[in-house]
Design a protein. Structure first.
Length: 143
């Protein structure tokens, strides 16, 4: 039993050296705000409730330094950015933008975002009905 515990401890320590790349790029030349008028209150909602998974600037909590949690978070962020990355908006073509805007509208209408799993730990990211309305109205103006 003691050997098993030591082996588990060694594995736990060793996996801490396998670190995913952090999602922190301060370069925002392709950001949605560089090519589109985004009202300040919309920017604030995006920053609080969307950007950790849908931009190149994730604010990481302390536990993101611990494997295997760090791996899960990196995977989750990368998946979110595959669907939508506000930091790369200028690189999307018109068809991609239209598709993404329709997806955003659907997600907001159904209140699927932010994900419930994200809200468990990030309570401040939970959006009020008014915030959903603000984002939906903004999305409809950019359609």
């Amino acid at each position: 039993m003691k050997k098993v515990l030591v082996a588990v401890l060694v594995v736990v320590v060793l996996i801490q050296f396998i670190r995913p790349t952090k999602n922190n790029s301060k370069i925002e030349v392709n950001s949605i705000t560089t090519v589109m008028d985004v009202p300040m209150e919309v920017q604030e909602i995006l920053k609080t409730s969307c950007n950790d998974c849908h931009s190149n600037n994730t604010e990481y909590p302390w536990y993101s330094e611990v494997a295997p949690v760090s791996w899960y978070l990196a995977s989750h962020v990368n998946e979110g950015k595959e669907h939508l990355n506000f930091s790369e908006w200028a690189k999307y073509n018109e068809d991609q933008k239209n598709h993404i805007i329709n997806d955003i509208e659907e997600e907001l209408t159904d209140k699927k975002m932010p994900l419930k799993s994200y809200l468990i730990i990030h309570e401040n990211a939970e959006m009020t009905d008014n915030q959903y309305k603000i984002l939906l109205n903004w999305v409809k103006t950019i359609k």
